[in-house]
Design a protein around this ligand. Structure first.
Ligand code: UDX
Length: 448
């Protein structure tokens, strides 16, 4: 199914590549533009540079069908009807976002607008704080092109809500589409594009201002992170209540359709390249705007202290960690990804090392990425069984399926001391306690 639409996507990171490939899979003609030559080389060799389900397969398909190509030549943007900005906005020291890549992309787009065959719609999909489209992107586009936004070209804000590990699915089946702009023509054009892509039934399409669209993204992530910090707070209360279990509390409140069951899995806390960055950015932005967002600061603080629970349990079990061996199962910030950015395994492992423990870790996907973080300060096991061999305690840090399948007897047979700390509530406590394992778990009250 060919489409008349021609799309440029500036920035081929996980979000940009998933977005570009999904547009191309729908038959749109897509050019991915990125200055990173090694990334371009991998993509041109039909290999996705990221571990994302279906991304590699879809990339091969759209390159074969010639609906997608990758280049560092941004002048190709002149032929496009839409130019999406999907570059990264990493944190600065004080938590604000670094807009260097966004400005670079705006300059490249602005520079190619003069050669544009028709009026182009520029779409900011990167996560940017409120006011960025209006006060940063628009001036750069106008200065580089000598043209006027809303007259010679369009400008929209269009945040994404892709989760790592399901970015392709989320790009194909968004549960909503948010479009912010000053001009109705730009909104109409972007809405028409999405209605063609998500035919026959597009999800709800919210049309609003740039600032509302930009703030919706931050408010969305802050709310999800708050839900997690909330259930971790309840877990910390439950640990003081005999026979209480936060998993039952989460199930009970999750049945309230105003709350819902998702993002109520208590554990060692949230990480990743988005929640930490986005919450810190929202806090810094809000303070600069004149309001101290104490609730969001508390969400971040609860999360920071939650990672310490692993050490707390290990010290309770062993007294001292000097010369003890700790086994860490799970390194990536969540399952089905190899991403170690802001992974909770980092503070957990560092806290154990600081108390004199030796650490051996295993993760199905993130070992090589973890080596870049920990170097040779820890050991790396080939599998979960080798990891727990002769260990004095084992901490479940990431809830990979293969860890869920491990039986209590495996820990009993292989560990020097059968002490298991379930940091992600993947096990049935009774099964482990029944065979004499010293079992700790987030949000589990004492059984006495
Ligand atoms: C998140 C948002 O979900 C996504 O919409 C946004 O576009 C980007 O940020 P992501 O960071 O990929 O996506 O991961 P997510 O699945 O949201 O998990 C974030 C963190 O919360 C992970 O560290 C995860 O382990 C943790 N988490 C999540 C919990 O601890 N408990 C839960 O119940 C859910």
């Amino acid at each position: 199914m060919g489409s008349k639409y021609r799309i440029s996507v500036f920035g081929l990171g996980p979000v940009g590549l998933a977005t570009a490939v999904c547009f191309a899979k729908k038959g749109l003609s897509v050019v991915g533009i990125d200055p990173d030559k090694s990334r371009l080389e991998e993509i041109r060799e039909r290999r996705a540079p990221y571990f994302e389900p279906n991304l590699d397969e879809y990339l091969k398909e759209v390159i074969k069908n010639e609906t997608f190509m990758a280049t560092d030549d941004y002048s190709t943007n002149a032929q496009s009807d839409f130019a999406f900005i999907t570059v990264g906005t990493p944190s600065n020291e004080e938590g604000t976002i670094n807009l260097a890549s966004v400005k670079d992309a705006a300059r490249m787009i602005g520079g190619s607008l003069n050669a544009a065959e028709n009026s182009q719609l520029v779409v900011v999909k990167s996560t940017v704080t409120p006011g960025t489209a209006r006060n940063t992107v628009k001036p750069v586009l106008e200065a580089e092109s000598g043209k006027t936004a809303g007259i010679d070209f369009g400008l929209c804000s269009n945040p994404e809500f892709l989760r790592e590990g399901s970015a392709v699915y989320d790009a194909q089946f968004p549960d909503r589409i948010v479009i912010g702009s000053d001009d109705t023509e730009s909104i109409r054009k972007l809405e028409a594009l999405y209605r063609e892509i998500h035919t026959p039934t597009a999800p709800p399409i919210l049309k609003t201002t740039h600032e509302n669209a930009e703030l919706i993204k931050y408010a969305n992530n802050a709310f999800l992170a708050m839900k997690v910090s909330y259930i971790n707070c309840i877990a910390n209360i439950a640990e003081h209540i005999p026979y209480a279990d936060v998993r039952a509390i989460a199930q009970g409140i999750g049945l309230d359709n105003r709350i819902g069951p998702q993002f109520l899995n208590a554990g060692l806390g949230w990480g990743g390249s988005c929640f930490p960055k986005d919450l810190n950015a929202l806090i810094a932005y809000s303070k600069r705007a004149g309001y101290v967002p104490e609730l969001i600061e508390a969400v971040v603080e609860i999360n920071r202290t939650q990672a310490r629970k692993a050490l707390e349990f290990a010290l309770d079990a062993l007294g001292s960690l000097e010369k003890r061996k700790a086994a860490i199962l799970g390194l990536a910030f969540k399952p089905y990804t190899n991403d170690m950015r802001e992974a909770v395994s980092i503070p957990v492992i560092n806290s154990l090392l600081a108390k004199g423990a030796s650490v051996t870790a295993y993760d199905p996907a993130a070992i090589e990425d973890a080596r870049k973080v920990f170097g040779n300060t820890i050991g790396y096991a080939k599998n979960s069984f080798e990891c727990i061999e002769q260990a004095d305690c084992c901490v479940i840090v990431t809830e990979w399926d293969e860890f869920k399948r491990m039986q209590p007897k495996t820990f009993l047979e292989r560990m020097r001391q059968p002490i298991v700390i379930d940091g992600r509530r993947i096990y049935d406590a009774a099964e482990f306690l029944h065979v004499g394992i010293k079992f700790y778990a987030i949000g589990l009250g004492p059984a006495k």
